[in-house]
Design a protein around this ligand. Structure first.
Ligand SMILES: Nc1ncnc2c1ncn2[C@@H]1O[C@H](COP(=O)(O)OP(=O)(O)OP(=O)(O)O)[C@@H](O)[C@H]1O
Length: 445
């Protein structure tokens, strides 16, 4: 691999080509020369890392035709055209069609190099973004895979598929760590909305004073710009309301009002527009009981629960435990580049005997411990390996803190109460691991 930018040169004049190759190589480019435009198209593709510099006037295929062929392969591959005649209308038309730049001969070396440098940076950025999008897509696809062969999981997968094809709000009930968010993401991914945002709002961290601006958006002071609210971000996508049971009575009333009124939001220049948001709400509490004791409004419950899914505790579908454990083990080994440890008899016994009150999240943490060699059932977690143990523990601790901050969307108080840590201990650990809560502020989708 080299970091030198790649330029493919196309010109029917071999002498000129040879001179250009030489001057580009001196300027730090890798240059490939072609006298035949057809040959220059060979192996161009959406992941080709270079840019093309072509003469306009050539006998078999002119520079515009070559550009059109390249544009059909990858519209974001920069093509710069060179012509001997200063033809302004032609240049303008070419730029409108998507030619990256248009230079007139004779061109000074400095301006040519500058134009090629800009095009090469643009190409590198496009490829980097595509790569990031692909990685993100792969990651979210593996994170939303629903593992398990129990009768419950088979039925759940079918239901999720059906709900993906339908519209309508969904309520997911289940104990902590039972997979509510994973199921909500799976429904989103199976639906027509998958290309749009999945916006997660943690109701436990909603602040009464900021509820309206957070949900509906606000004007940025003095600049005439709007900051989009969560509802707008979820437009044509899915709004996931986590921990709805944690809403105060006042916020329950405000949320109901907001949902009833979600038909319109202001959008600056274009005026009000209809909002199209699918809501999936989740609760760890028994909302039936909460309605009875008056802590949850029944009108809000019925508004949110067009369809209700109830996820059982892991202990009620134990047959899924071995497969889930293996899935978590392989994922953490791949993510942290660790060898996959064998599953010992002790570990198997633990898997089948323990009650898993923290459900899938606790099982995942146990698998992560095991992958790092920290499981109490791991005979070799001492002695020769003890040198690396401190680092491994620190790494694992940092991972748990990041996890808690992600769930609390950067709210440090909520994260520390999730981890049951005192404020000072929590902040000491943040400093030690270089973790900044602000980086977890809004869940990426
Ligand atoms: N069916 C499944 N297959 C594979 N992994 C799963 C499945 N369900 C949940 N998980 C994993 O288990 C962990 C906990 O799941 P999730 O966060 O969806 O639970 P939750 O019910 O929303 O938790 P909480 O109530 O604490 O918000 C996550 O790491 C998730 O990726």
């Amino acid at each position: 691999m080299t970091d030198m930018p790649l330029v493919r040169l196309v010109d029917d004049d071999p002498d000129l080509l040879a001179a250009q190759v030489q001057s580009l190589e001196i300027a730090g480019f890798r240059a490939e020369a072609f006298t035949e435009p057809d040959a220059a198209l060979r192996d161009l593709g959406t992941d080709w890392p270079g840019i093309v510099l072509s003469d306009v006037r050539m006998p078999k295929m002119d520079g515009f035709q070559l550009f059109e062929r390249i544009h059909a392969i990858d519209p974001e591959l920069p093509v710069i055209l060179l012509t001997g005649h200063g033809d302004v209308p032609m240049a303008v038309a070419a730029l409108r069609q998507g030619v990256y730049d248009f230079l007139t001969k004779p061109i000074g070396g400095g301006s040519l190099i500058a134009a090629l440098g800009r095009a090469a940076s643009a190409r590198a950025l496009v490829l980097e973004n595509r790569n990031l999008r692909r990685l993100q897509h792969e990651r979210s696809a593996s994170e939303t895979r629903l593992i398990g062969q129990s009768a419950f999981m088979m039925h759940l997968r079918e239901t999720v598929e059906r709900l993906g094809g339908a519209e309508g709000d969904v309520m997911i009930l289940g104990p902590t760590g039972s997979g509510k968010e994973t199921v909500a993401r799976a429904i989103h991914r199976q639906s027509q909305r998958l290309a749009r945002n999945f916006v997660r709002v943690s109701c436990a961290t909603l602040d009464e004073a900021r509820f309206d601006s957070e949900m509906r958006g606000s004007e940025a002071a003095g600049r005439g710009q709007r900051i989009a609210g969560q509802l707008e971000r979820a437009h044509r996508g899915t709004l996931y309301l986590d921990d709805v049971e944690a809403l105060s009575p006042a916020l329950q009333a405000r949320l109901l009002e907001l949902i009833e009124d979600k038909a319109f939001v202001p959008t600056g220049a274009t005026g009000p527009r209809p909002l199209d948001v699918r809501i999936i709400a989740a609760s760890r509490a028994d909302l039936g009981q909460c309605m009875k004791d008056g802590s949850f409004r029944s009108d809000l419950f019925y508004r949110l629960s067009g369809i209700t899914l109830t996820l059982p505790p892991l202990a009620e579908r134990r047959e899924d435990i071995p497969e889930l454990f293996q899935h978590f083990l392989l994922s953490v080994a791949a993510r942290m580049d660790l060898p996959v440890r064998p599953i010992t008899g002790e570990v198997k016994a633990r898997l089948s005997a323990y009650g898993w009150p923290g459900n899938l999240r606790e099982l995942r943490h146990f698998a992560e411990h095991h992958a790092l060699g920290l499981s109490p059932f791991e005979p070799s977690a001492s002695g020769a390996e003890s040198q690396g143990l401190t680092d491994l523990v620190a790494e694992y601790e940092a991972e748990l803190i990041r996890d808690a901050l992600r769930l609390a969307e950067g709210n440090a108080t909520a994260a520390m109460s999730r981890l049951r840590l005192a404020r000072k201990t929590f902040y000491d650990k943040l400093t030690r691991h270089g973790i900044k809560p602000v980086e977890f502020r809004r869940t990426r989708t």
